[in-house]
Design a protein around this ligand. Sequence first.
Ligand code: GLA
Length: 564
Amino acid sequence: MKRNFSSVCFMIILAIFSFGLFAQNNIQENADGSVTINNVDFEEKAVSYKQKADGFQNVTVIAGKNVKKIFPVSVSLKDYSNKMISVKFSCDIKVHDTKKGENEITWMINDIKANMPVVSRKKIKSDEWTKMEGEITLQLGENKSFYITSFGLDVKELTFYIKNFKLNIIGDGIGKMATKSENWLEVKSLKEAYKPYFDYFGLAVEYDNEFSKSEVQKGVKYHADYITMGNDFKPDFIFNWQKPSTMKDFVAENGKKYKVPDNMPNYRKMPEILEAAKKNGLKLRGHVLVWHSQTPEWFFKKNYNEKADFVSSDEMNARMEWYIKTVLQYVNDWEKNNNNNERIVKVWDVVNEACSDNATETKWLREDSNWYRIYQSDEFIVNAFRYANKYAPKEVELVYNDYNSYIGSSSTTTGKNSAIIKVIDAIQKAPNARIDAVGMQTHVKIDFPSVTGADSFETAVKRFVDKGLNVQITEMDVANGENAYSPIMLRQKYNEYFKMFIKNRKTSSKKGIEGITFWGLLDEKTWLNYLQQYKGKTQYPLLFNGNYICKPAFYGVLEAAENK
Ligand code: GLA
C-alpha cells in the first residue's frame, strides 16, 4: 500500500509521542531515590507472540505459541550493574496452560555470583489471578535481568497474563532523583524536621577542604543547628603541633607556681571557625579538652620534653587547669568581642574516652592513656570537670563523651556502661564539679547493639538519665561492619534509632536526649574506611555521598521525624 507524505509524518510524531509516554509509564523515579519499573511491556524482551486480551487494561499477555526464548518474561537490570540494590517486587499473574492445572512460577535474578537469587516463588493454579511478591538485597553483577525462570515450565504451552507489575529498586546513586536532583539542598531540612523533638541537630565537619567552603556551609546550615569540628578543637590542633618556646608561671589551686606555655596555644583556626559559625547562625559543640589521643606527648612530660619522665599529678593538675582555662577564656573573649557575649560554643566535651573497653568492677578506667599513667585514678576526670565548671559560663553544658557506652547496659557492675556510671558518680560527688550530660558517641554497627530491649542502646540512655543527666548523641555513624552494605538496611536502622531517640528525648519535665550529631557528611570521607579492621570492606555509614546526594539512609532519618 502506498502512503502519502503527511500520513508518514503523522506516524513518526505518534511514535515519538508514544515512546515518551512509554518511557514515563515504565520507569518512575521516587522521592526516596528509588526507581519503580512498572507495567513493563515484555514484548520487546520476549521473542514471543503478544496479544492484548480484550477486556483487560494494562495487562501484558505473552502467549506461548511461537515462543523461542527460554526466558519469555524478563526485565533488564543493566542500569543497576555492579550496585548494591534492594529489590521489592509484586505483580498479579495468571497462567493459562494447555496441559497442566498448576505451575510453579519463579521470579529470579540471573546472577550466578549471587547464587541465582529467587525473589518470589509460588505454585499457582491455571487460569486464576494470583499475587506474587518478594524482596531481596544483593550486590548485583554486570548486565543481569529479572525474569520468570523456564525451569520446569513448558513455555510453549503457556500464556502469561501479567498486570500491576511493580519492581522497586533502591540503592545508593541509582535513579535520576538520587543521582541528579536529590541534592541535600533540595530535600526537607533535618533541623526543621527535628525541631519539635530536640534542642539541636548536628553535623561534624572538618574545617580545611570542607566547612571552610561556602557551598558546604550552605548545606550544613540548612540541615544543622550545631556543628562539631572533627579535629580542629582538639589539643594537637589548638597547639598547631608546635612545642612551646617560652614559659610563664601559673599559680595552681594548691598555691604553688608551675611553668606553663606563654605563647601557646596559638588557637590555629579557632577564630576563623567561630567567625564562620557565627556567619551561618550555627552553634558549636566544643570537642575536646581532655583526651588521651591527639594531645602532644610533651604536654605530659617534665620540662615539656617528650623524651623526659611524666610530671607529677600536682604539676599535671596545673597544666590541665591552665589549658582548660586558656581555651575557655579564649572562646569567652571571642564571644564577648564578636558576638555580644552570646554563646557560639554551647557545649564542651570535657573528657573523652577515659573508660576501659573491658571494665570490671575494680578496674574500669582506660590505662593506655598518659592521663591515667600520671594519675593512676579517676582524679584527672573529676578535676577536669571542676576546672571546666570554674571557667565555663554556667549555660555552657559540660559533657563526658565515650564510645560503646551501651556495652553491658544490663549489668550494674561490669562493662563500659557501668564504667561510665562510676565516672559520673565520682564527678557528681566532688564539690565544685559539674557534669550536665553524657555524650554517647554512637559509632554503631548495623547489627550491634540492639536499639531497644533489655541489653541495648536504649537501656544505656535510661541509665544515664536515671543519674539525673541529659544525653547527647555526639558522633553517630552506622557501619555495615563485616556485612555487605545494604542501603535498605541502613535506612531501616537509622529509622529505628531515630524513633528510639525521639521516644527518649528530653522534655520540660524529664531529662533525656537533647540533640544528635552525625560524625561526618559524606561516605567518601568517613573515618571508618581508615580503620585496619575494615580493610577491604568498604563502609557506607552516613547520610550523603558524592556531590552531597541524599542516600536512602537520609530518608530513614527524615521519616522517623514524620513518624513514618
Ligand atoms: C573518636 C573521637 C573523635 C574522632 C573519632 C574518629 O570517636 O572522639 O574525635 O577522632 O574517634 O574520627
